[in-house]
Design a protein around this ligand. Structure first.
Ligand SMILES: CC(=O)N[C@H]1[C@@H](OP(=O)(O)OP(=O)(O)OC[C@H]2O[C@@H](n3ccc(=O)[nH]c3=O)[C@H](O)[C@@H]2O)O[C@H](CO)[C@@H](O)[C@@H]1O
Length: 365
């Protein structure tokens, strides 16, 4: 079986694609995969690191207002379609799947035009512009939230969940803790701002970091690759407790997630799929800079079930964040209640469900 996978820009689109590739390999040892992304999204580094053959096209997103940039985007799109067709004629995939981000547009469109079976995977309850555009050309649309159904042709929609949920299960949390040099006996909070880091979260951590000195728990704080140097510069003036570990990015996130007790993060859909699959409690600070405020909707759905505490960015500061972390980590009853609630929201067999969708479209043609 040969599969082309495309998804890019941010980790939320890339990691589900990699989780699907792992599921394909598990079921199909001689499967061959080709990943098509861009040179400048996070995918290039992450996919190469995973050892998967990678080819690139150039693409940018549409601006909401009329502009000359949009003319350039159309030209790039058409060029991307032609290059994708070339890649596909060489590779001859049985099926092509897009997991979101602009790059999927030309790749999946090209495949549909070549009459290759196609699937798109939408992680969010509110679909992105690329998936809305592609929905009319593809064979199946895999979704993670019932709410997303209404945006797509009903006969194409299948609720699968996010394959990254399956991938984080059964991981060795002790290995994750060891990889960061963490104390095995202390509770741990992991703080990160999505795959790219978040300025607002970084500022709050800087405000509260000196107050972590006497806490009975430890902290893993991920700044985001692009913010790391600036954060570390500001940290020079702070008194940092020994139980705080600071990293620019975590590459073995499934293991690390399996080894921690509480998450503080943005409310990207892939992170939430991971958190709920593992039954982790969370403090969510949705990014207000996303289309139609979709992260707040994601976070609210989890908070409504008492599995998360929601802090809006405008209410966030170091003191608020620290008090919420204390509220959960220093109270075992609360921690356990949130764990149970979180676990109920996960879709642990999402990878198998998505794999079935892929094989069903492949076999139909
Ligand atoms: C600003 C923006 O447009 N954000 C979107 C993007 O978020 P973003 O890319 O931040 O996506 P998510 O939070 O959903 O997922 C992040 C992924 O990166 C991984 N990770 C993160 C940090 C790290 O150090 N190491 C690591 O491996 C996480 O485990 C997870 O697998 O895609 C999501 C899924 O479509 C959307 O819901 C978000 O709204």
């Amino acid at each position: 079986m040969k599969v082309v996978v495309s998804g890019g820009g941010t980790g939320g689109h890339i990691y589900p694609a990699l989780a699907l590739i792992n599921e394909l390999k598990k079921n199909n040892p001689d499967v061959e995969c080709l990943y098509i992304g861009t040179e400048n999204g996070l995918e290039k580094g992450i996919v190469k690191r995973a050892g998967i053959p990678f080819k690139s096209i150039e693409i940018t997103g549409f601006k909401r207002k009329l502009s000359v940039d949009n003319v350039k985007t159309i030209a790039r799109f058409l060029k991307g379609v032609n290059l994708s067709k070339k890649y596909m004629k060489e590779f001859r995939p049985d099926v092509v799947i897009g997991t979101g981000g602009y790059v999927c547009g030309p790749v999946v469109y090209a495949a549909a035009k070549l009459k290759i079976p196609t699937v798109i995977h939408e992680q969010n309850s509110l679909p992105g512009i690329t998936n809305k555009f592609l929905a009319r050309y593809v064979d199946k649309v895999a979704i993670c939230f019932d709410d997303a159904k209404k945006f797509f042709p009903a006969h194409k929609v299948v609720l699968t969940g996010n394959p990254r949920a399956s991938e984080v299960l059964g991981q060795d949390g002790l290995k994750g803790r060891n990889s960061l040099g963490l104390d095995m006996n202390k509770k741990t909070v992991l703080i990160f701002g999505g795959s790219r880091g978040a300025k607002a979260i970084n500022q709050s951590v800087l405000q509260m970091i000196t107050n972590l000195q006497d806490k009975p728990y430890q902290v893993v704080y991920v700044t985001g690759e692009v913010h790391y140097d600036k954060v570390m510069e500001e940290m020079k003036t702070k008194n940092i407790a020994s139980q705080v570990i600071i990293k620019p990015f975590i590459h073995n996130m499934p293991e690390v997630l399996a080894g921690v007790d509480l998450i503080v993060s943005r409310a990207g859909a892939t992170s939430l799929a991971e958190i709920t699959a593992l039954g982790l409690p969370s403090i969510l600070i949705p990014s207000p800079y996303v289309t139609a405020n979709h992260q707040e909707k994601n976070a609210q759905a989890i908070a409504d079930h008492h599995a998360a505490i929601l802090i809006r960015e405008q209410e966030l500061n170091g003191q608020v964040l620290l008090s919420k972390i204390d509220e959960v980590l220093l109270n075992d009853d609360k921690l356990n209640e949130m764990k149970t609630a979180s676990k109920k929201l996960g879709i642990p067999d999402a990878a198998t469900r998505l794999y079935r969708v892929l094989t069903s479209v492949k076999n139909k043609k």
